[in-house]
Ligand binder design. Structure first.
Ligand code: TYD
Ligand code: MG
Length: 406
């Protein structure tokens, strides 16, 4: 018979601080909320080839250097393959043990034997449990294996990373199946053609979920990008039509992004195209409709392409005004002033609405050398960093100010 749990003091437990151990990669630690607590059960989801194995190999070897032996169990790659990859990464001295295994009970056994400080399982879909007749990668196998590893993590207190491939065709069970079971869900995203990768947490029982980590994929693995705004604006050509700069906030960090729009005549047949990357598709359609109805822009027979260069996705309404101005700038073939940025949500009547954390956004813009910013009227912030602020009430008015030089 199972022993019944006893009630304990919740206030005493609340007063106790979680002991966190840093991985030693600042971008990963930030997203985790400062490191890993004992027994933390973390799922890392992402498309195949995005860099999950690379990130966890780097994390495990850094963790091993800081805290002692770690175990990397892989059902996907051989010792030779993983060793070759490790050779390309920055050499790190910690003790990192490798186990090529697809049987979850063998992984459990090795954890009991080795007592690693950290366990990485790459990937949960490649494991199978000998007690279950279902195929590896099937929902019941994935759930079974994860349940067993979860028990080990909590009993032994070993922090555990599970890799979960996101699959589009549904032939293998995806990470969604495990989200409710794990403490933390991280996802690694990015445009495979650009070097940037974003690490996000969508669930975190031990920290906040709105921090992001930014990386650059290099020949030496994933390198943290501490100055994200500089990296994202590095290739911007100021003073060209169809480009604006807006300030987003991700977690505790303001992040400057360029928004590009290209509006060009659609072919006479079929419906015009709306191609959107880096911002939300539905939000973009809404802004286009507002521009059509409230700002007199004719877009019905135009193809519209929107992109945020750098492979990052930003979904905040605070970027609406930047999006609206990039579109208008392309339609008019007129550039925005090179030192002007814009911040504001656009409402359905074309009004510019307030956004949170305006001060933080403005100081980041000032730091990057912007001198003028369109902001929601009545936001009541003083300009800092030598920045002059122009309060605008409506997209109409924003266009008047932004395109005044023509
Ligand atoms: P990988 O970590 O294997 O992706 P996942 O585990 O998510 O499937 O990384 C895949 C890509 O990363 C691969 O195409 C090669 C590239 N890469 C680099 O560019 N530099 C490196 O140092 C490493 C290790 C990989
Ligand atoms: Mg992999």
């Amino acid at each position: 018979m199972a022993s019944a749990a006893m009630p304990v003091s919740l206030t005493a437990a609340a007063a106790q601080k979680h002991e966190r151990r840093r991985i030693g990669l600042s971008e990963v630690d930030r997203v985790l909320g400062g490191g890993l607590v004992p027994g933390a059960f973390v799922l890392l989801a992402g498309d195949p080839g995005i860099g999950k194995s690379t990130l966890l190999l780097q994390s495990a070897s850094s963790f091993a250097e800081n805290h002692g032996a770690c175990l990397y169990a892989s059902g996907e790659e051989s010792l030779g393959q993983v060793a070759m990859r490790l050779r390309r990464l920055e050499p790190i001295g910690g003790q990192l043990l490798f186990l090529a295994e697809t049987d979850v009970s063998a992984v459990e056994e090795q954890v009991a034997q080795v007592k690693p400080q950290l366990l990485v399982v790459d990937s949960i879909q490649s494991l199978h449990s000998p007690d279950s007749a279902a195929l590896p990668g099937s929902p019941s196998q994935v759930r079974d294996c994860a349940t067993r590893l979860l028990r080990v993590a909590k009993e032994v207190g070993v922090p555990t990373f599970l890799v979960g491939h996101v699959t589009k065709d549904g032939s293998v069970a995806g990470p969604r199946l495990l989200e409710h079971m794990v403490d933390t869900v991280l996802s690694l995203e990015g445009d495979p053609h650009s070097g940037h990768r974003v690490l996000r947490s969508t669930k975190n029982r031990f920290g906040s979920t709105d921090e992001i980590g930014l990386f650059q994929m290099t020949e030496k693995g994933l390198e943290g990008v501490p100055d994200a705004s500089a990296a994202l604006l590095a290739e911007r050509r100021a003073g060209v039509p169809g480009s604006s700069v807006a300030a987003a906030v991700e977690g505790s960090r303001p992040l400057l992004v360029e928004i590009q729009a290209l509006v060009s005549a659609a072919p006479a047949y079929g419906s015009p195209r709306r191609s959107v990357t880096g911002v939300d598709y539905d939000r973009t359609c809404l802004i286009l409709a507002v521009l059509e109805k409230r700002a007199g822009l004719s877009l019905v027979s135009q193809d519209v392409f929107v992109n945020v260069p750098g492979g990052i996705k930003v979904t905040e309404p605070a970027l609406d005004l930047g999006l609206a101005l990039a579109v208008a700038s392309s339609v008019r073939e007129q550039a925005l002033p090179a030192d002007m940025a814009c911040i504001g949500e656009v409402g359905l009547t074309g009004e510019i609405r307030g956004v949170p954390r305006l001060g933080a956004r403005l100081s980041e813009l000032g730091r990057r050398g912007f001198r003028r910013c369109l902001v929601p009227a009545g936001a009541g912030v003083a300009g800092g960093n030598g920045m002059s602020l122009v309060g605008v009430e409506h997209v109409h008015q924003a266009f008047e100010v932004a395109f005044a030089d023509a």
